[in-house]
Design a protein around this ligand. Structure first.
Ligand SMILES: Nc1ncnc2c1ncn2[C@@H]1O[C@H](COP(=O)(O)OP(=O)(O)OP(=O)(O)O)[C@@H](O)[C@H]1O
Length: 756
C-alpha cells in the first residue's frame, strides 16, 4: 500500500508549479515591458507636445499685444529654420551691420531668398524696434494687395527665440548661440534672440550702392532720378495711402533698399510710428489733458508761433539778399560762420519756441485756464516760473554774445552774414547797431508786444483773480520792465487782510486749482460728455484714437517719463547741433547714431503717439532734433537731405584732407544753401555722373531745398513732391532764403566802430 502510495506520489508541487509559473511569466514580462515602453513613449511625446506648446505660448506673449488681431500676415519661423537658411549665420552671408545687429542673406527650404536681421535683445531699444517693426509690418501686410505696398520693405516673418528648460535643449541652444556669437551676432547671451525675416533686396542699401560706390549703374543719371521718384512714391504710400498715416522717422540712404532691378524701397520701420490724432481741445481741463499726456506732447514741441514765424519770414524777405558770399572768398572762417549760423538759428528757434509757448498761453484771452497752463507751460518747457525771465535773458544773451564774437572774427576776414539772425546782431537788415538791438531784444520785444496785444480781457476773470493771475505771471515773464503792474500788485497785496494774504502766498497753481478748477472741471466735463455723445453717434473712433484717448498705465507712465525728459532737455545735448559741428560723431559708427534716440516707446503702444527722440544726425529735421513732435514734415526734411545726397553722390557731412577750400563743402546742406545764394546750384551735381539731364538735376535740387526749409509748414507735402518730380506740376520758385543775392548787395558791416 505504501509502495502504491509511493508510486502514486505526484512530483513535488512546488517544482511543477515553479516551472509553470516560469512559462507564463516570460510573455507577461515581455508584454509588460512593451506596454511600459509604449506608455513611456506616450508620456515623452505628450511632454514634448506640452513643452512646445508652452514655449510657443511664452514667445507669443512677448509679441506686441497690438498684434493679437493682425499677426495673420506674419509668419513665425523657428530658430533652427533660420539658422539653416543662413548657414549658421555664416560671416560670408552677412549683408550688413545695423545699429542693433547684423543682417544675413539666406534661403528658405521653399527656395525663397531672404534677409534675416538678428536683433540684439540685450538692448531694450533693440527689442522695441523689433516690436515696432512687427506691429507696423502687420498693419502694412493687412493692406492686402495694395499695389503701393511694393514701395516699402517690411518683415514678413519673425522668430522670437527663448532659452528652453531642459539641459539637453539648453546645450543645443548654447551651441547655436555660440555659433551666432562667433559670427558677430553680438555676445552669446542665452536669454533671447529676436529675428526679423525680410524679402532679400539683391542690390543692398543705397548707402552701399551709392556712397560706398558699389553699384556702377548708379553713375547713370537716369538711375538716380528713378530712385528719387521711387522713394517719393514710397513716402507717398506711407503718408497718404496708409490710414492713419505712417511717419517713418529715419529716412536715410541705409534705409533705402534696392531690388534686383534697382528699384528703391523704403525699409527699417523700427522708429516709425502712426500719426497722432490732433491734440485735444483747449477747453478741456488740465487734469484731463495731463491724464492724456496732451499737454506733454504739445509743450515738448519746440514750435514757433505763427506770429514769430511770419516775423522771421518778413526779416528774411525784407532784408534778403543783402550780402554776397561769393565776394568774400572761400575761407575756413566762412565755413565756420555757416556752421555757427545754423547753430545759432536752431538755438534761437528752440528758445523762442519755449518762450512763445509760455507767452502764448498767458496771452490767450479765450483760454479759461490760462494762468494755470502758463505755469505748467513754463515748467514743462523746463523753466521754473520764478526764473523764467532770467533763463530766457541769459540764454539768449549768451547766444548773442558768442554770436558777436564769431561775427567779429568773421568780419576780420571779410566773412558775410546771410541770415536774419546775423543781421540782427550785426546791425544789418534794418536794425540799428548803435541802438544795441540784438537777438535778446528782439525776443523780449516780441513777447512784450504779444502780451500787450492780447492781454486777457474777458469777463470770466474776477478783479481779484485777474490781479493775481495776470500780475503774478506776467512780471515773471517780462522781467523788471512791468513796474507799473508790479506797483498795482503791491497795492492790491497791501489791501488784503492777513488770512487772505496767507492763502494767496501759496503757489498760484495750488489755489487756482482749489478755487476754480472744480467748477471749470465740471463745466468742461459737461461739455466733453455732450461732445462725445454727438461724436459717438456720428463717427466710430479709430483704434489709434482710442489708444490715445485711453492710454494704458504703461503708456501713461512712459509719457510722464517723457515729460521729465523734455523738462531736462533744454540743458541736454542737442544731437542736431552737435552733428553740425562735429563730424567724428557721425563717423563713429551706427551705434553712435542710435545714442541720440530716446527710449520711451512703450511696449504696449509702440506705434502710439508717444514722442521720442528719433532719426539720424544730419537727416533729422531741426524742429525734431530737440525732441519735438514727429510729423510728416520731419520725413520731408530727411527726404530733402537724401535728395541732395543722391544728386551730389556724397555724404551730408564729409570732411576731406584736401585743401581748405573743400572745407566749406563739408556740410552738404550749408553748401547747397551757399550755391543757391550764388546761383550755381548745378555745382552740386556729382561730377562722376553720366548723361545728366540738367533740368531734372535742377528740379531735384530745387525740391531738395524746398524740403529742407526751416519752417516745417513751408515744406511741400509728399503729394506735391510726387507731382513736381513726375512733371504733373511745376515746383514754386525757391524761397528768398535760398534765392541768389542781387549784385552789389549787402556788404558786411562790422560792429567795430570805424576809426574817427
Ligand atoms: N532686406 C534686405 N535685403 C538686403 N540687404 C539688407 C536688407 N535689410 C538690410 N540689409 C542690409 O543690412 C544693412 C543693415 O540694415 P539695418 O536696417 O539693420 O541697419 P541700418 O539701416 O544700416 O542702420 P540703423 O540700424 O542704424 O538704421 C543695410 O545697410 C543693408 O545693407
Amino acid at each position: 500500500m505504501s509502495s502504491l502510495v509511493a508510486a502514486m506520489k505526484i512530483p513535488p508541487a512546488p517544482q511543477f508549479h515553479h516551472n509553470r509559473t516560469h512559462q507564463v511569466s516570460t510573455p507577461m514580462l515581455i508584454a509588460t515591458a512593451i506596454a511600459a515602453t509604449i506608455a513611456a513613449a506616450a508620456v515623452a511625446t505628450l511632454a514634448v507636445v506640452l513643452y512646445r506648446r508652452f514655449s510657443r505660448g511664452s514667445a507669443a506673449a512677448t509679441v506686441p499685444s497690438d498684434l493679437g488681431h493682425t499677426t495673420s500676415g506674419l509668419s513665425r519661423f523657428s530658430f533652427s529654420q533660420l539658422r539653416r537658411a543662413t548657414s549658421s549665420f555664416s560671416p560670408s552671408h552677412k549683408l550688413g551691420q545695423g545699429g542693433f545687429g547684423p543682417v544675413y542673406r539666406g534661403a528658405l527650404l521653399s527656395g525663397q531668398h531672404v534677409a534675416v536681421k538678428l536683433m540684439d535683445s540685450d538692448f531694450l531699444q533693440g527689442e522695441r524696434e523689433f516690436q515696432n517693426e512687427l506691429a507696423l509690418a502687420s498693419k502694412i501686410l493687412t493692406m492686402g494687395s495694395s499695389p503701393d505696398r511694393g514701395w516699402v520693405v517690411v518683415p514678413f516673418g519673425f522668430c522670437n527665440y527663448e532659452e528652453g528648460v531642459g539641459w539637453w535643449r539648453r546645450r543645443r541652444k548654447k551651441a547655436d548661440l555660440e555659433a551666432v556669437g562667433e559670427c558677430g551676432g553680438g555676445g552669446s547671451s542665452l536669454s533671447r534672440r529676436l529675428l526679423l525675416v525680410y524679402e532679400l533686396m539683391h542690390n543692398g542699401s543705397l548707402q552701399n550702392a551709392l556712397l560706398d560706390r558699389r553699384c556702377p549703374e548708379l553713375l547713370d543719371w537716369r538711375r538716380r532720378f528713378s530712385i528719387v521718384v521711387d522713394i517719393a512714391h514710397g513716402l507717398h504710400f506711407l503718408h497718404v495711402v496708409c490710414e492713419p498715416p505712417v511717419i517713418h522717422g529715419d529716412i536715410k540712404p541705409s534705409n533705402i533698399l534696392l531690388d534686383s532691378r534697382l528699384s528703391a524701397k523704403i525699409a527699417d520701420f523700427g522708429l516709425a510710428r502712426l500719426k497722432s490724432p490732433p491734440p485735444l481741445n483747449g477747453d478741456q481741463n488740465l487734469e484731463e489733458a495731463e491724464a492724456h499726456g496732451d499737454e506733454i506732447e504739445y509743450l515738448s514741441s519746440p514750435k514757433i508761433s505763427p506770429f514769430l514765424q511770419s516775423e522771421i519770414g518778413k526779416k528774411h524777405n525784407g532784408g534778403g539778399g543783402d550780402d554776397d558770399a561769393s565776394a568774400t572768398g572761400e575761407t575756413a572762417e566762412c565755413s565756420t560762420i555757416t556752421c555757427f549760423e545754423e547753430r545759432c538759428h536752431e538755438e534761437a528757434d528752440t528758445l523762442t519756441a519755449r518762450v512763445s509757448d509760455a507767452a502764448e498761453l498767458i496771452a490767450s484771452p479765450a483760454e479759461p485756464l490760462t494762468a494755470l497752463h502758463a505755469a505748467s507751460a513754463s515748467e514743462a518747457a523746463g523753466f521754473d516760473r520764478e526764473s523764467l525771465d532770467s533763463v530766457v535773458i541769459d540764454t539768449v544773451a549768451s547766444a548773442s554774445r558768442s554770436g558777436r564774437r564769431k561775427i567779429s572774427t568773421a568780419s576780420g576776414v571779410g566773412g558775410g552774414a546771410k541770415d536774419w539772425w546775423w543781421r540782427q546782431d550785426a546791425g544789418g537788415g534794418g536794425r540799428n547797431v548803435e541802438s544795441g538791438s540784438n537777438v535778446k531784444d528782439y525776443v523780449m520785444e516780441w513777447i512784450r508786444s504779444e502780451i500787450k496785444k492780447e492781454r486777457p480781457k474777458s469777463e470770466w476773470l474776477t478783479p481779484s483773480t485777474c490781479a493775481v493771475s495776470a500780475e503774478d505771471c506776467l512780471p515773471r515773464v517780462i522781467g523788471k520792465t512791468v513796474k507799473k503792474k508790479q506797483q498795482r500788485k503791491l497795492e492790491w497785496w497791501v489791501s488784503l487782510d492777513e488770512e487772505r494774504r496767507k492763502k494767496r502766498s501759496r503757489p498760484a497753481r495750488e489755489w487756482w486749482r482749489e478755487e476754480f478748477c472744480e467748477e471749470l472741471t465740471n463745466k468742461s466735463k459737461q461739455k466733453t460728455t455732450l461732445k462725445s455723445k454727438s461724436n459717438a453717434e456720428a463717427v466710430e473712433l479709430h483704434w489709434w484714437q482710442k489708444d490715445r484717448d485711453h492710454p494704458s498705465p504703461l503708456e501713461r507712465s512712459s509719457r510722464l517719463k517723457q515729460r521729465s525728459w523734455s523738462r531736462n532737455s533744454h540743458t541736454g545735448n542737442d544731437p542736431w547741433l552737435d552733428g553740425l559741428s562735429c563730424e567724428t560723431k557721425v563717423n563713429n559708427g551706427k551705434r553712435r547714431s542710435r545714442e541720440g534716440r530716446g527710449s520711451d516707446i512703450p511696449k504696449s503702444c509702440t506705434l502710439s503717439s508717444t514722442p521720442s527722440m528719433r532719426g539720424t544726425i544730419c537727416y533729422v529735421a531741426p524742429e525734431y532734433g530737440g525732441g519735438g513732435p514727429l510729423s510728416e514734415k520731419c520725413d520731408i526734411y530727411s527726404f530733402g537731405v537724401l535728395l541732395l545726397v543722391i544728386v551730389s553722390g556724397r555724404r551730408p557731412l564729409q570732411v576731406t584732407a584736401s585743401p581748405m577750400s573743400e572745407f566749406e563743402r563739408a556740410n552738404l546742406v550749408s553748401w547747397a544753401r551757399q550755391l543757391a545764394h550764388v546761383g550755381k546750384l548745378l555745382d552740386l551735381v556729382d561730377p562722376s555722373l553720366t548723361a545728366v539731364d540738367r533740368e531734372q538735376a535742377l528740379l531735384c535740387i530745387t525740391v531738395g531745398l524746398l524740403c529742407i526749409q526751416r519752417s516745417p509748414s513751408r515744406r511741400p507735402s509728399i503729394k506735391e513732391i510726387v507731382d513736381f518730380l513726375t512733371g504733373q506740376s511745376e515746383p514754386p520758385l525757391l524761397p528768398l532764403e535760398f534765392s541768389p543775392s542781387p549784385p552789389g548787395g549787402f556788404s558786411f558791416k562790422s560792429k567795430k566802430k570805424a576809426p574817427q
